[in-house]
Design a binder for this molecule. Structure first.
Ligand code: RIB
Ligand code: CA
Length: 345
């Protein structure tokens, strides 16, 4: 998983940790929502919260390929995990860079690894520069990014992950031009991820599944300083993190919900049957004045270029939420079994 943890990235990571069929072989920390070192610290702290086994977490590049880093603490909170605060982890970061970890892992396990990118594509692009064969050494790649027949969330046409590093996005899509059809990146763009609308009821269902008490229903009238009193530390974390995301969506989109972009991409990475896809040739505008960092899909071969992506055009959001709530709720219950009295982290 290559992420920019981030509130929804963190739920995507928990989804993978909660899924028995997933073996996480590496976590790459990419600068995006917050700086790379903050992303890495969040990844390590989340592994502690979930009492996960030792997993390799690698630090990515401090800056995008060609432009200064832009972060978005107003969307994900000062630490990148909303209102939540995670204790500093004693776990150590990997000695190798995120890009080198990508390259070493796909060379060690040719054809076996599914790459999941839920942040800017900076480190995957750097890995492709080291190992151009990477598209054929991966089993599959799933990307959360882009917006096609759908408005942007950062500029009128930009999606955030591509906006942060458009040069990297272009290098990644160009690199997959020659990939065989079954190796094309599965692209979860805003077109589909903005149909994945998490609401307070989903948090309450997750708390119930976890046996956490009390079962809280967060509301738009909760003050910013409110904090969850859930007995289960994972439920407490998710409530404090996601409430920040609800508040952000209320402020900018006037609805109290949260688009769960990254956990959806994680669920597709584990089970592509969740997604209906359509092949297209994707390219990224780099030179436009008002359109720079826009992802463009040629669905009909107008550019006379082979498709380099399978874009998700359909899914069943409720089926996704059933899996999210049951898996992460069960992870929370198993990690912190319900018992009398308050629990430490
Ligand atoms: O545009 C949504 C994407 O940008 C998500 O991955 C979110 O975490 C941010 O990285
Ligand atoms: Ca992300």
């Amino acid at each position: 998983m290559d992420n920019d943890t981030g509130i929804d990235d963190s739920l995507g990571l928990l989804y993978l940790l909660a899924s028995p069929e997933a073996e996480i072989v590496g976590i790459a920390s990419t600068a995006g929502n917050v700086p790379a070192d903050r992303v890495a610290a969040n990844n390590l702290a989340l592994l502690d919260l979930c009492r996960a086994p030792e997993l390799e977490v690698a630090l990515g590049a401090a800056q995008p390929l060609a432009i200064p880093l832009r972060t978005t603490e107003d969307t994900h909170g000062p630490q990148g995990v909303g209102y939540a605060e995670l204790p500093v982890s004693a776990r150590r970061l990997s000695d190798r860079s995120a890009a080198q970890m990508w390259v070493d892992l796909v060379r060690e396990h040719p054809g076996e690894i599914v790459g999941l990118c839920t942040g800017p594509l900076t480190n995957l692009a750097l890995a492709l520069r080291i190992e151009p064969e990477l598209p054929r050494l991966l089993q599959r790649l799933v990307i959360m990014g882009g917006a096609f027949n759908h408005p942007g969330n950062t500029t009128p046409t930009n999606e955030w992950n591509v906006h942060v590093d458009p040069e990297a996005a272009k290098e990644v899509f160009d690199a997959f031009a020659a990939a065989p059809a079954d190796r094309r990146p599965i692209v979860c763009a805003l077109d589909i991820t903005e149909t994945i609308e998490m609401r307070p009821k989903h948090l309450a269902l997750l708390a119930e599944r976890a046996g956490s008490e009390p079962v809280e229903t967060v509301t738009e009238t909760d003050p910013p300083e409110a904090r969850s009193a859930a007995s289960n530390p994972i439920v407490r974390y998710l409530t404090d993190a996601i409430r920040f995301y609800f508040d952000f969506h209320l402020l900018y989109e006037k609805v109290y919900l949260a688009h769960m972009h990254d956990p959806f991409a994680a669920a597709v990475a584990l089970d592509p049957r969740l997604a209906v896809t359509k092949p297209a040739t994707v390219d990224v505008e780099l030179a436009g004045t008002i359109t720079r960092a826009t992802t463009v899909a040629d669905w009909d071969g107008m550019w006379e270029r082979e498709p380099n992506a399978d874009i998700v055009v359909g899914t069943d959001p409720e089926l996704f939420f059933e899996r999210l709530v049951s898996r992460v709720g069960d992870l929370a219950r198993a990690t912190y079994p319900p018992q009398e009295g308050p629990q430490s982290r």
